[in-house]
Design a protein around this ligand. Sequence first.
Ligand code: FHN
Length: 453
Amino acid sequence: MLILNIKKPISLLSFLLFAFSGYAQQMGTDEQKSMEKSNAAFKSFKGGVTGLKGPGLNLSSEKMQWWEDAKFGMFIHWGLYAIPATGEWTMFNQKIPAETYAKLADQFNPKSFNASDWAQIAKSSGMKYMVMVARHHDGFAMWNSPSSYRHFNTMETAAHCDFVAGYTAACRKAGLGVGIYYSPMDWRFPGYFDPKGLPESAAAMKEQAYGQVEELMKNYGKIDILWYDGGWLAHKGGDADAAWLWEPLKLNAMVRKYQPDVVINPRSGMFGDFQVNEGPAEVKGPIIDIPWEKCLNLNGSSWGFNKTQQLMSLKSIIQMLVNVVDRGGNMLLNVGPNQDGVIPSSHAARLKEVGNWLKINGESIYATRPGPFQPIDSLYGSTHKEKIIYVHLLNSASITATLSLPAVESKILSCTILGGGKVKFKQNREGVTLKINTDQLNPAVTTFALKLK
Ligand code: FHN
């Protein structure tokens, strides 16, 4: 029996995360760097260039509409790392030799895997698309992958099953957008850690990546989202800095040959059809006028299944979703099924509660666009669609008896709370004032619908 539980003191960042966001990631140093480099790219994007651009490789805004209307998706980190239950970076953080780690595949034979259950949980929580990890940094492929280095995949090991096939079929059948996550980096290759010093090993890793991306884009029907992760080399620099090895314009030209309309993120080193902001940090600041996505964990301990459970509260999930959508983004919320492929019932229950809020407030989220009011951090934000402006009031101590909003040119005919009653309001050239009755407020976020003439 393989024992893998070396206790590591939580890092300063994890403590700060705990202090400021109420839950901690048990992250290793490079794992933290991995998240920070992605957010550095997001920040620098606002200031300019991130990722290589090539003719015809990015989608038009028309082709991005469905994604920008969808707003909310399920991220799924599932693989061998669900067995030790200490997160998807277990192999690296615990310095487990590849040969030793590979033995986990002999134990990976999930009897209760049922992707339709995953899809139902996603639908009942109001999610419109899913993104499943097909291969993470540990190299283990969750599908029948002839390109897999050393046949390290679920078809040629104990499970003898193609989980990507099951997932894509169930997701599509449920009417959800089908997304696939792929990590070009693979810790099993020494060339990953020294690509210039060990060029053959780096080239073999690249060859595997091209072969596997082609398999995923060719063998599973229409794929709607391709979510690369881990373009950076030797845990250094950014994804775009590794373009000399991955040649992302060549790689994604191949992808578009099979999947012309697939939405591609920015982590292959190519300019993304959307940008990514990762982690639990609260979303603040003005509306961002480019397609972007916030990805974070429902269970704060790690992306992969973890025996340490720190579930996000319902309030923090709904407030995160609203803060993201009011600033023009989508939210990709992650679950980590256990080694049998089951999403823990407590996670499914929490997501169902989010779905209940969206049943009432969904019209202020789906297919809306941010504004017209710029958000006030930790107080309110807005979206609009056709002749309605939606104001999302975050339930916080700073709420008073009235809410002052900027002026609106069109005449407001009525103001109501979604799922609630009428609201008194005043409108003049200076602005709009809503009369707030705290008894009517939702413990997380209350949506005011301003119907315009
Ligand atoms: O290193 C990965 C991590 O394990 C996880 O997959 C996240 C998900 O966005 N991405 C990387 C960290 O940025």
